[in-house]
Design a protein around this ligand. Structure first.
Ligand code: LCS
Length: 401
């Protein structure tokens, strides 16, 4: 049994989670002060976990360390492909050819590159909102226009507005759809019927599609992730992104899998991409895919319980907060519109008044006012403390109103 209750000291590790919140959340520098010392914050913001990477992964890195030479490295051997494709076969009953797998030092860099390779300068990038903001940043970075299709929100549950989506997809200048499957921040796991409908529209309008499946391993009990590649197996304009980074808390090792079927795009990638990988990262990822399954099962149980606890806490203490247990991810997406005005800067409010670092509102592009996103991948004691502080701050705020 792994001990997910352990509180691990992350100080002095150059962790963005600890050292980088001022710039990332508040676009501020070290001069920004709070009524809390940095070490007093409960950190529920960026999407990495407070849990240790599994021992089997650390052992994999150690084995590679023992080989003592760390020269230029790329995934050449079959072993990595076999480990990752077996993982996909076992979990998603989905496979892909070895020739279609390329590596990237993260999915974000891949998104930035792919937008540039795929879209002409006057073409647009479509995505569903609220959205992980880097989908927009990827378009912005290459000076491509972005087009948002708002998800519909009914009874606390999100769904795709297919009519709006098709209208936007049918614009001949919209050539790329970046799809978050499962969806950050709403936590939706897309169902087969939804993926079928989307695929139909994508094919009809001949869109390129990047299916970002970075969160796919982290689903609640009873949920089933379907790779878009399973829904549209013959579609060459599909690119699938998966990674061990969220699943095994390896984001800092910067390794991710990009599966490209179109030969021309793959050639462009192979010619223009800086094609080297970190040997320790390859070893970690391979060990994770080969041996990390058991740890992941235990993690899922712990996360399910953190979600259950959060649901119970909100129901008992903040009944007007609208919250549904996310179908995937370790991120809770909470509607606080009953307690706050749309214009309230919620990350700032909670940092100042609760000592809790979280993301929310316009950090998710649009269609996200009055929502906060809480990272629940932490020991239950930390979660309980964070929720208590959030509750207290909302209580004080509403007494003042
Ligand atoms: N794609 C999605 C949908 C993500 O949620 C994240 C990380 C990434 C890509 C990053 O991929 P990487 O470059 O690390 O391989 N999500 C984060 C988030 O929501 N907050 O902090 C990171």
């Amino acid at each position: 049994m792994y001990n997910f209750d352990e509180i691990i000291d992350r100080r002095d590790t150059n962790a963005l989670n600890i050292e980088g919140f001022r710039s990332y959340i508040f676009h501020a520098d070290e001069t920004m002060t709070f009524p809390y010392k940095d070490e007093e914050f409960i950190r529920m913001w960026i999407a990495d976990m407070e849990f240790a990477t599994p021992d089997v992964v650390i052992d994999g890195i150690k084995e590679r360390l023992n080989k003592r030479i760390f020269g230029y490295t790329r995934v050449f051997s079959n072993d990595y492909y076999e480990a990752f494709s077996d993982w996909c076969k076992k979990r998603y009953d989905w496979t892909f050819e070895k020739k279609d797998l390329v590596m990237s030092n993260g999915i974000i860099p891949a998104l930035y590159e792919l937008v540039d390779y795929i879209c002409e300068s006057d073409e647009k990038v479509l995505f569903l909102t609220p959205s992980y903001a880097y989908f927009k940043y990827a378009a912005d970075f290459s000076h491509r226009q972005s087009v948002c299709s708002d998800l519909m929100y009914e009874d606390g549950y999100y769904s795709i507005d297919f009519e709006d989506f098709e209208k936007k997809a049918s614009d001949p200048k919209t050539t790329l759809f970046i799809f978050c499957n499962p969806h950050n921040p709403t936590g939706r796991v897309w169902k087969e019927e939804e993926l079928d409908k989307l695929s139909e529209i994508i094919e009809k309008h001949k869109l390129w599609v990047i299916s970002d499946e970075i969160h796919c391993d982290l689903i609640r009990a009873g949920q089933k992730h379907i790779p878009l590649g399973k829904t549209m197996p013959e579609y060459k304009k599909l690119i699938t992104c998966m990674a061990p980074s969220k699943t095994f808390n390896l984001a800092g090792l910067m390794i991710s899998n990009i599966i490209i079927h179109d030969e021309k795009l793959k050639d462009i990638w192979l010619n223009r991409h800086y094609n080297f990988d970190n040997p320790l990262s390859i070893a970690a990822a391979q060990a994770a895919y080969e041996k990390g399954g058991e740890w992941l099962e235990e993690l899922q149980i712990y996360l399910d319980e953190n979600f259950r606890f959060t649901e119970e806490y909100f129901a008992a203490n903040l009944p007007k907060a609208r919250f549904r247990i996310s179908e995937a991810t370790y991120l809770a997406w909470v509607d606080l519109s009953a307690y706050f005005d749309k214009s309230e800067d919620l990350p700032l409010f909670f940092a100042y008044n609760a000592g809790v670092l979280l993301e929310g509102g316009n950090m998710f592009v649009q269609n996200s006012d009055s929502f906060i996103r809480l990272n629940l991948a932490c020991p239950k004691a930390t979660l309980a403390k964070g929720l208590k502080r959030i509750n207290k701050a909302i209580g004080q705020q509403n007494n003042v109103l």
